[in-house]
Design a protein around this ligand. Structure first.
Ligand code: ATP
Length: 241
């Protein structure tokens, strides 16, 4: 645990580069303040002091990239599972890497892969979750919510961190053994846009269709008049219609 870090993901990436042999699956760095919290594609993650849970977990996949397919979706399932255990039953996932509550963003997930030596993929799983980020005080650039709005009691961030880390650990163990396939149904039951019209943005290109869930590799299945098209994470951003 550190009071101030540039970014917890960056810290774990540094440790992978410098002290990889000392890292074990599940090792986690937490920070009270991030001076340069990141989202995907260089976007900024805003986390006020004391109001958020920001951490990054290390996990290695000896069989490389292909055994990580669906990882960001699996992390979403693990976080929703932990939230249910503290009484937040209606959190949802937005493909590929966000957690929503009441149609507003509650948490973001940022997966980065570092130093692929031989076949092993060294992963950093970053999570930023709003605990107390009041909407009238913070403009994060899109509608957001926090756990204070969902729970009557104040959230103990230590307990929350323990629950989420434990849930991640359990789910990652299962995922590392058998892949994302056995989590598809649960992910789909949590899907914010299940069977709804969606727009996918890829740079300047847009693609419209109906969200029909995901496959065992975590690809999004989008239905159009021409049938089902599969989309993989990477450069794709999903929005409601
Ligand atoms: P995508 O669908 O491509 O993931 P995104 O807008 O969710 O798009 P991310 O990279 O996942 O992008 O997250 C970064 C974005 O999240 C920022 O650009 C900002 O709009 C938003 N954001 C930043 N801080 C917070 C926060 N504390 N709570 C909710 N949303 C935030």
């Amino acid at each position: 645990v550190a009071p101030v870090l540039e970014s917890t993901n960056t810290e774990v990436k540094k440790r992978i580069a410098n002290n990889r042999d000392e890292l074990a699956n599940g090792d986690t760095v937490l920070a009270e303040i991030q001076t340069a919290g990141r989202g995907r594609h260089g976007r900024t993650w805003l986390a006020p002091v004391g109001g958020s849970l920001t951490f990054s977990m290390y996990w290695s996949f000896p069989d490389g990239y292909q055994s990580m397919a669906g990882l960001s979706l699996l992390v979403g399932v693990a976080i929703c599972d932990a939230l249910q255990k503290i009484g937040v039953n209606d959190a949802q996932v937005k493909w590929p890497n966000d957690i929503y509550l009441g149609n507003k963003k509650l948490a973001g997930i940022l997966i980065e892969v570092e130093g692929q030596i031989g076949a092993t993929a060294h992963c950093v799983i970053g999570v930023g979750l709003n605990v107390h980020v009041p909407v009238d005080e913070y403009d994060v650039g899109q509608p957001h919510t926090d756990l204070s709005a969902a729970l009557n009691s104040e959230t103990d961030r230590n307990r929350l961190a323990a629950k989420i880390i434990e849930s991640l650990w359990d789910h990652l163990d299962g995922f590392a053994h058998s892949g994302f396939g056995k989590y598809v149904a649960i992910w789909e039951s949590l899907d914010l846009f299940a069977d709804k019209k969606i727009v996918l943005q890829m740079g300047e290109k847009r693609f419209c269709g109906i969200d029909r869930g995901v496959d065992a590799s975590g690809a999004l299945l989008v239905e159009t008049e021409d049938g089902i098209t599969r989309f993989h994470g990477g450069e794709v951003s999903l929005r409601g219609y």
